[in-house]
Design a binder for this molecule. Structure first.
Ligand SMILES: *Cc1c(COP(=O)(O)O)cnc(C)c1O
Length: 413
């Protein structure tokens, strides 16, 4: 038996751990084998290996061509990414999705893996900050023209179409004002005009909506947020309905090196085991918070798609079927000073610009996600110095509400 076949192991012939290479000069430097056995670990193993041995050139050919299962080199794919991708595929009703090194690399794969110079993209005008920058700066620099429109306005989407338009990129629920895109209209327009509809489903997750069932061609996630849920792994996911688009995104991602870390994939998969429980609890907490906040002193407005006074409530109801999510945005009277007082008073709640963590976090768009905008441009979106976005976590509801209420009262002086 060759050294390689010993290293690879033969699960059908269980045996004890092979002895290390007995020659003293090579014992420590040569690779050791993994113990074979008929029992299987319950928890997913972490496979950090950069490279994979195979039986020989014929077999390597077969693996590269997809005729045999296996891996070659971690940038091209590894077991922890595949395990995670298959789980998110199942949640999204997708096939052959790809896990990438961040949510932004998933957006990158969806756009640059598919489009070419001369193409035109229509994007929502309230995209995630970095997607926004990509639309405004990076794509035009690479020769891809962009137009940004209100994703809730079907006529504006339709009106932005040019002969070279190839793609529409939207988020179901926007940050931080939680506006709801007209996904149904976008899908109808994309289908009628032969465009690809790409949907970033990070805020809503497959628990809120499965965009493929509404006509999306590409679905994108920042796994970093609610799916992984513990703020310890930075990852993205992208899947396409069409096999040719999938191949183009995957080839681009492995060529440009948008590879995820095996350890991050392992952490995210571990986080996913409790995803539904976390989502449901955080959402229930968010709904209660959105009911409680308006009665408190110094609160100017409260934004939550589940509230009847939300401008897109009817659409949110129709699209999300009552799953309004864990994000709540509110604006305090008293500007920056009140905002500083609120953060100081909320001593057990992290002031941190992320979302989807198990514990509640609050962020201040004017100094984080939207700091690059002028105050006037922010005001046009409804973002003021007193505006906070709450990513509601899974804490006991009464305790969380009491903490936030005390902080709001402290802020109002
Ligand atoms: C965070 C986020 C991203 C980017 O994800 P990263 O994992 O931080 O790269 C993209 N889209 C939305 C809607 C996000 O919230």
């Amino acid at each position: 038996m060759t050294l390689w076949s010993r290293l690879l192991g033969r699960p059908e012939t269980p045996r004890a751990l092979p002895a290390p290479d007995p020659r003293p000069e090579t014992t420590s430097v040569r690779r050791t084998a993994w113990p074979d056995g008929t029992a299987r670990a319950l928890a997913t193993p972490i496979q950090p290996s950069v490279v994979y041995g195979s039986a020989g050139p014929d077999s390597l050919d077969a693996i590269y061509e997809g005729r045999e299962a296996g891996f070659t080199y971690a940038r091209e794919g590894h077991p922890n990414a595949d395990v995670l991708a298959r789980k998110i595929d199942a949640l999204e009703g997708a096939e052959g999705g790809l896990v990438t090194g961040s949510g932004m690399s998933a957006v990158t794969a969806a756009v640059l893996g598919v489009l070419k110079a001369g193409d035109h993209v229509i994007g929502a005008d309230r995209l995630y900050g970095r997607s926004q920058r990509m639309m405004a700066e990076d794509l035009p620099r690479l020769g891809i023209e962009t137009t940004q429109v209100d994703a809730g306005d079907a006529a504006a989407i339709e009106g932005a179409i040019r002969p070279e338009t190839r793609m529409i990129l939207i988020e179901v629920v926007s940050n931080p004002m939680l506006r709801v895109a007209d996904l149904t209209a976008a899908a109808r327009i994309a289908k009628a005009r032969g465009l690809l509809l790409a949907v970033d489903n990070t805020f809503t997750t497959p628990r809120g909506i499965r965009p493929f069932e509404h006509g999306a061609d590409i679905v994108i996630h920042s796994i970093t947020k609610l799916l992984a849920g513990h703020s310890d792994a930075t990852l993205g996911y992208v899947a396409a309905r069409d096999a040719d688009i999938r191949t183009r995104m995957r080839t681009f991602a492995v060529t440009l090196g948008l590879t995820p870390s095996p350890f991050d994939c392992w952490l995210a998969e571990r986080g996913l085991y409790s995803f539904e429980l976390r989502y449901d609890r955080a959402e229930a907490n968010a709904a209660r918070l959105a009911e409680r906040l308006p009665g408190l002193p110094g609160i100017r407005s409260v934004t939550y798609p589940g509230r009847r006074d939300h401008p897109d409530h009817a659409r949110a109801h129709a699209l999300l079927g009552g799953r309004f999510g864990n994000m709540v945005t509110f604006t305090l009277e008293g500007g920056r000073e009140a905002a500083n007082r609120l953060v100081a008073a909320a001593e057990h709640i992290a002031f941190a610009p992320t979302l989807g963590d198990v514990s509640t976090t609050i962020s201040h768009p004017a100094t984080s996600s939207h700091r690059a905008m002028s105050p006037e441009a922010r005001a046009a979106l409804g973002i003021e110095e007193g505006t906070f976005r709450v990513s509601v976590g899974i804490e006991p509801e009464d305790l969380l509400l009491a903490e936030i209420e005390a902080a709001v009262r402290a802020a109002s002086g």
